[in-house]
Design a binder for this molecule. Structure first.
Ligand code: GDP
Ligand code: IMO
Ligand code: MG
Length: 428
């Protein structure tokens, strides 16, 4: 012990990279359990900014071993490019340990992601185009390629050919594209086989043993609760389980091994891609938040949609994931706003609710009910203790705690590693 999960409590990009980095120094294993290189986790160390896509952000800490669990979908080109790019920047990190059961994103998954999005037109999801959905579809459809398949060429060949047979029919007949050559795909995958071979292990046994030995295991969530395939705003979601439960199914440790679940939430709300977003600001105040918060995607560079803090959204994440703590990021971005609106409930077809509605169509009709909290003008980027924050700022944090039903154990007051207010230890 302990097993700690860090996960997004909104729609992604809450600052999971920064929160992970806060405790990474004391972490023995840093583990990705879901998603793939659709993630973009930023860590700022002095003048250096690192954006990690597939590798866990904790890999930057020399004392922790990076692990990609079975729930992750791995683009091998991206993984090796990320490792090599770190090396070129003088950050030599060991190759991550990889689950033999993790699925692989192939070039045909990327192609299918892009053509299906184009085909959907106005009804598109707004995916990152990284092949995530098609790779998970193949997994569930039992025609996926797993890491272990790379070590048996004849099995790999059979699987790729079988999978491509159906996809090529669709590509040519429905999407008016050229068929994809199986040999090229197989050669591309095999080119990584020898480099990964020494690092492919039974990651479930490894992590259970680590927890038995009292090592600190950090499960680094990607995406977020409201992008979860089951609990998110379906169909505007990703295709995996970023929720806390995903850390168990995505790595092979049981629920009793988890001691802490730390939900990461921004002091306001952002979303990338399509889907409902009740507190979204479509006027100049949304643009002001985007500029103040630098809200442009770490993976695709897309401008993020911005809106006020939605306590209903975060409360559901706290509840479903049994969050023990919340780390509130980007509080500094709200400095200078005279009265800060916070969404405390919705009006849906004339009825008031304080919790997420049961059905998706109700959520699409939800109109936010706001409470207005007094703002502050003082620069808080140098604050390190609660006492350093202006009274109205502390009141904002306390009110959010009441509304979401969870203690706020850390507060981000800037992107830098040291720019945090520690309230409760995130690790002990
Ligand atoms: P993640 O995907 O959850 O790891 O979040 P991203 O890295 O995609 O986006 C978060 C952005 O906010 C990054 O640019 C971070 O450097 C930045 N950031 C994180 N915490 C804070 C904070 O407390 N204040 C400010 N101003 N920026 C922050
Ligand atoms: P991190 O880990 C924000 C969104 C996409 C799209 C939907 C489905 O950095 O918080 P996908 O490519 O996964 O099929 O896209 O999910 N999305 C994210 N939004 N942060 C992320 O990751 C995201 N990963 C996926 O924009 O709406
Ligand atoms: Mg991100």
């Amino acid at each position: 012990m302990p097993g700690i999960i860090v996960m997004g409590a909104q729609w992604g990009d809450e600052g999971k990279g920064k929160a992970t980095d806060q405790i990474a120094e004391r972490v023995d294993y840093c583990v990705r359990y879901s998603g793939g290189n659709n993630a973009g986790h930023t860590v700022v160390v002095g003048d250096d900014t690192f954006v990690m896509h597939l590798l866990p952000a904790g890999i930057l800490n020399p004392n922790s071993t990076a692990v990609l669990g079975n729930g992750v979908v791995i683009d091998l080109d991206v993984m090796h490019d990320e490792l090599d790019a770190l090396g070129k920047r003088g950050v030599e990190v060991p190759h991550p340990l990889i689950s033999a059961n993790a699925h692989i994103i192939t070039p045909y998954h990327q192609t299918m992601d892009r053509v299906t999005e184009r085909f959907l037109g106005k009804r598109r999801i707004g995916t990152t185009g990284r092949g995530i959905g098609p790779a998970y579809s193949d997994k569930v459809n039992r025609i996926g390629i797993r890491v272990q398949d790379l070590f048996d060429e004849s099995i790999l060949r059979q699987k790729v050919e079988a999978s491509l047979e159906r996809k090529n029919q669709a590509l040519v007949k429905i999407y008016n594209r050229r068929a994809i050559d199986a040999n090229q795909v197989i050669d591309g995958l095999l080119s990584h086989a020898e480099r990964i071979r020494p690092h492919v292990v039974d990651t479930s046994r490894l992590l259970n043993k680590a927890l038995d030995d009292d090592k600190v295991v950090l499960f680094e969530g990607a995406q977020a609760h409201h992008l979860d395939i089951d609990f998110g705003t379906y169909p505007y979601v990703t295709s995996s389980s970023p929720i806390a439960g995903g850390a168990c199914t995505g790595t092979g440790v049981g629920p009793t091994r988890i001691d802490r679940v730390i939900g990461i939430a921004k002091a306001y709300t952002t979303r990338v891609g399509q889907g409902p977003f009740p507190t979204e600001l479509l006027d100049e105040s949304g643009e002001a938040l985007r500029q103040a918060g630098g809200e442009f995607g770490a993976t695709t560079g897309r401008p993020r949609r911005c809106g006020w803090f939605d306590a209903v959204v975060v409360e559901q994440a706290v509840n479903v994931n049994s969050a023990t703590d919340v780390f509130l990021t980007k509080l500094d971005v709200l400095t200078g706003i005279e009265k800060i609106p916070v969404c405390v409930g919705y009006e849906i077809d004339g009825e008031r609710t304080d919790v997420m509605p049961t059905t998706q169509s109700q959520f699409h009709h939800a109109k936010p009910v706001y409470e207005y909290l007094p703002g502050w003008t003082e620069d808080i980027t140098g604050a390190r203790r609660l006492d350093d924050l202006p009274t109205t700022c502390r009141r904002y944090v306390e009110r959010l705690e009441e509304l979401i039903g969870c203690r706020i154990s850390g507060i981000g007051v800037g992107p830098g590693r040291e720019q945090s207010v520690a309230v409760n230890s995130l690790i002990d």
